[in-house]
Design a protein around this ligand. Structure first.
Ligand code: ADP
Ligand code: MG
Length: 421
């Protein structure tokens, strides 16, 4: 086996496969693995479901499946993380989704969700047996759920006679179509009305690149994010809050309300301009400055954050395209302040980590990452500041929060992949 072809979690899942699936059934294909990355989002948080702009990068952490195609319609799974088995059938999907979902553990629901949404799109699929592993931290904001979904799609591609393939020129589904299938899967599996950011970032990953994605048109463009001398540190608060999913859906609703009110305010002044207002993405900062005082305070804050955050995405892109990554730092600090004060999705522990980062020389910028209410921060750090930041977090975070943080260093990495043994 060419071990270099596989990321480490895929190798570990491959090793486990014969141990778990040892009932000697006759398989319809060879042993192989498929995987897909988690992501960081450099800037553009909560803008995706406002039809706005995001700037994520896939990272060198993946969800991985190792398995073999079956001759029937059964899918048997073993999760290395949860040390738990799950099983479902392709028969009757998507109609049998709800009934089958009810009997599955949470992690397997994402997999069923993707399989079910692929069948809805008429993609013919085979059953398979697979060990599911990975090294994207769960629930920390690096989008382990999207990595799991996209790795599922990649696995199905692998096991479906090449009917579609991610990132392949013969693809019957483009990477963004796969992302959209996986986004739908997230909705039906978890009830979170998430935007397209996480799944798109995973599908589109490229080493040394970030992706500027327009979440309305799905147009995207790669932006250099190869940063010699500068590292991306991801620091996990170790806080997971139930609030996350209800808080997220509530923010989404508030953005819709703000859009509607702004639309109605603009209509008498300029009906043509108002007709263009479908989402907060369509409100310019100048328009917002003109009308914002007529919005209820809470909606003024929410909309103000989103409109400024879209601008920050373009500021960061301009800086990166000039090769001036140092200029991205202040954009991250400002992004965090907006998430904390206006969008109000931060929490004490995230604020403490950002505050500590701010006190260390050579940290260019930091902000909370992902939906909020817990999870991790991303920190853009000069290499000589890695150790000082680590020491500062180890010293002050437990003192101020009563918890231990988990520190990781990531790099911008490639998208989904697959290989046979
Ligand atoms: P995030 O996507 O930010 O990591 P989510 O709450 O959206 O957090 O998704 C986390 C859930 O995704 C986990 O609780 C688990 O059910 C599932 N999951 C993600 N990756 C894996 C994996 N490699 N193996 C099993 N389950 C996974
Ligand atoms: Mg997720």
């Amino acid at each position: 086996m060419d071990t270099k072809a596989f990321p480490t979690p895929a190798l570990s899942a491959l090793e486990k496969f014969p141990v778990v699936f040892n009932d000697q059934i006759s398989y319809a294909g060879p042993l192989g693995a498929a995987w897909a990355p988690g992501r960081v989002n450099i800037i553009g948080e909560h803008t995706d479901y406002n039809d706005g702009f995001v700037l994520p990068a896939a990272v060198d952490r993946v969800a991985a499946f190792a398995g073999r195609m079956r001759a029937d319609q059964t899918v048997r799974l073993w999760s290395q993380y949860f040390e738990e088995a799950a099983q479902f059938s392709l028969a009757g999907l998507p109609e049998t989704f709800d009934a089958q979902r009810a009997d599955l553990p949470g992690w397997a629901r994402y997999i069923l969700g993707v399989v079910s949404e692929l069948t809805r799109d008429g993609i013919p699929l085979h059953g398979f047996d697979a060990v599911v592993g990975g090294d994207v931290p769960l629930g920390s904001g690096m989008s382990s759920s999207a990595s799991l979904e996209v790795a599922t799609a990649q696995t199905c591609s692998f096991f479906s006679n090449g009917t579609f393939s991610i990132g392949n020129t013969d693809a019957t589904l483009t990477p963004m179509q796969v992302a959209a299938v996986c986004q739908r899967a997230e909705h039906v599996a978890s009830g979170l009305r998430s935007g397209i950011l996480d799944q798109a970032a995973s599908c589109l990953g490229r080493p040394g690149k970030a992706v500027l994605l327009d979440c309305r048109s799905y147009e995207y463009r790669y932006i250099p994010f190869d940063t010699p001398g500068i590292s991306l540190m991801v620091i996990d608060t170790n806080v997971r809050r139930e609030l996350a999913s209800s808080g997220y859906n509530e923010r989404r609703q508030q953005c819709e309300e703000a859009t509607k009110l702004l639309h109605d305010m603009i209509t008498p002044d300029d009906p043509d301009a108002a007709a263009q207002v479908k989402a907060l993405r369509d409100i310019s900062p100048t328009q917002f400055a003109h009308y914002k005082d007529r919005l209820p305070e809470i909606l003024r804050k929410r909309a103000g954050y989103i409109i400024a955050e879209n601008e920050r995405v373009f500021q960061a892109v301009a800086a990166l395209e000039k090769g001036d990554i140092e200029a991205v730092g202040p954009i991250l600090w400002r992004g965090h302040a907006g998430l904390r004060d206006e969008y109000q999705v931060s929490c004490l522990e995230l604020d403490i980590l950002v505050d500590i980062a701010h006190s260390v020389d050579g940290v260019l910028g930091a902000r909370m990452l992902g939906g909020g209410f817990g999870g991790c921060t991303i920190n853009l750090v000069r290499n000589e500041a890695i150790e000082p930041l680590r020491l500062a977090v180890e010293r002050y975070y437990p003192e101020r929060s009563g918890r231990q943080a988990i520190i990781d260093i990531c790099r911008a990495a490639g998208g989904p992949g697959q290989a046979v043994v």
